[in-house]
Design a protein around this ligand. Structure first.
Ligand SMILES: NC(=O)c1ccc[n+]([C@@H]2O[C@H](COP(=O)([O-])OP(=O)(O)OC[C@H]3O[C@@H](n4cnc5c(N)ncnc54)[C@H](O)[C@@H]3O)[C@@H](O)[C@H]2O)c1
Length: 365
């Protein structure tokens, strides 16, 4: 197969994708689209000329093999379905969908399509998360039974425009209760457990910082996995505090992992089979050589200049490689929905005082 011909929809987040696709082998971005002329012009003045469009259908008509959907969240399903119906591969930003019914529509379109669907959950490509995953697979943590993930990212500035107009984030996130944007925390943990979430309990702190928002300042979603594990997700996009978008901890019968509570700190593990004592924490980096592919150890310049600690670069590279080699993408339609559905179902739980709500099994749809 020749180079993948890529189209990108939505050019704020899409700019980052453009940069990463130009760094990897085997792909050419041939067309971009954004309905906002100012955004489009700003893009074209900065990056080398590609076909610049304002209409999504025109993008799909541009002889592309794959489309990157980096538009507002409520457009993801409609745009992904339109691409899949034309057998155009999809790399969709998070979350895959915002409604239960839309998950079913998306799954049906993906099943009927000859093209592949992947949700761009870049946090699964963070180096530390991949190292932990490989160490889990090798049995270093024993049997997993507990994990936490936190996404603490004050985006109050993004809930309205400079002119005070509401943005899609205000409509889809701040105006609803639940762990709506939880896939950055949950995705890597689901990969570690290699199990799906079967039920969620969701509670919130209430709205204190910006009382007009319906979304709680902090939302807690407790997830029960099919394997019997418990996952605690905290989502906070409102509180006044420094960001920490990538906190995780993991506990198994033979060891545990702790990401730094304050960014910049060291990622550490305690592992029964490796520690000299019950108190000896080891740097996670000690295990990179044995548990990471060379590329993630070397960490090329292309990754260093990529967003989200290099994860975006590795994700784009993996997507291109899988599609070109005709291999299944790692975050396929089922995994994408398994990452997304707990957050959707959490809205029903929090609306009823935190009662357990069943998360449907997408494989049975
Ligand atoms: N994975 C990550 O780390 C990460 C980070 C940031 C944003 N995101 C996701 O990326 C998406 C976009 O977020 P953002 O921060 O760029 O939002 P944004 O509001 O800053 O920008 C959205 C862009 O989409 C454009 N747009 C509007 N309607 C469109 C349409 N019909 N088709 C194509 N483009 C359209 C807008 O003009 C705007 O330029 C969201 O789904 C968000 O969840 C993911």
């Amino acid at each position: 197969m020749g180079n993948l011909r890529i189209g990108i929809a939505g050019l704020n987040r899409g700019r980052h994708f453009y940069e990463d696709f130009t760094k990897v082998d085997g792909a050419d971005v041939i067309a971009v689209m954004d309905p906002n002329q100012e955004v489009l012009q700003a893009f074209c003045s900065k990056y080398k000329a590609v076909k610049a469009l304002t209409d999504y259908q025109d993008l799909l008509d541009s002889d592309i093999d794959a489309v990157v959907i980096a538009s507002p969240i409520q457009l993801h399903v409609e745009q992904a379905v339109a691409a899949l119906e034309r057998n155009i591969h999809v790399l969709s930003e998070v979350t895959a969908a915002t409604k239960l019914y839309d998950c079913m529509i998306l799954l049906e379109a993906a099943r009927k399509s000859k093209a592949q669907y992947m949700m761009a959950e870049n946090y699964c490509y963070i180096r530390e998360n991949i190292a932990v995953r490989n160490m889990v697979k090798a049995g270093l943590f024993g049997e997993l039974y507990y994990a936490e993930g936190e996404y603490l990212h004050n985006v109050v500035d993004l809930y309205s425009t400079a002119a005070g107009e509401p943005t899609w984030r205000l409509e889809e996130i701040a105006s609803k209760r639940g762990a709506i944007y939880g896939t950055h925390s949950l995705g890597p943990i689901i990969n570690w457990f290699d199990s799906r979430v079967i039920s969620v309990n969701c509670l919130g702190s209430g709205s204190h910082t910006v009382p007009a928002y319906k979304n709680d300042d902090s939302t807690i979603m407790l997830c029960r996995t099919e394997s019997g594990g418990l996952i605690n997700i905290r989502l906070d996009t409102i509180s006044n505090r420094p960001h920490n978008m990538g906190y995780y901890t993991l506990q198994g019968t033979k060891g545990c992992y702790e990401a730094p509570r304050v960014p910049g700190g060291e990622h550490r593990v305690w592992l029964k089979d490796y520690a000299a004592s019950s108190e000896e924490w080891l740097p996670l980096a000690n295990f990179y050589k044995a548990f990471l592919p060379k590329e993630l150890i070397d960490f090329p310049e292309a990754a260093k200049t990529s967003h989200h600690w290099g994860a975006d670069y590795f994700m784009v590279k993996d997507f291109v490689r899988c599609i070109r080699e005709g291999r299944p993408v790692p975050i396929d339609i089922y995994r994408s929905l398994e990452f997304t559905l707990p957050g959707i179902m959490s809205q029903a739980s929090i609306a009823h005082g935190g009662v357990p709500v069943t998360v449907p099994d997408v494989h049975k749809w």
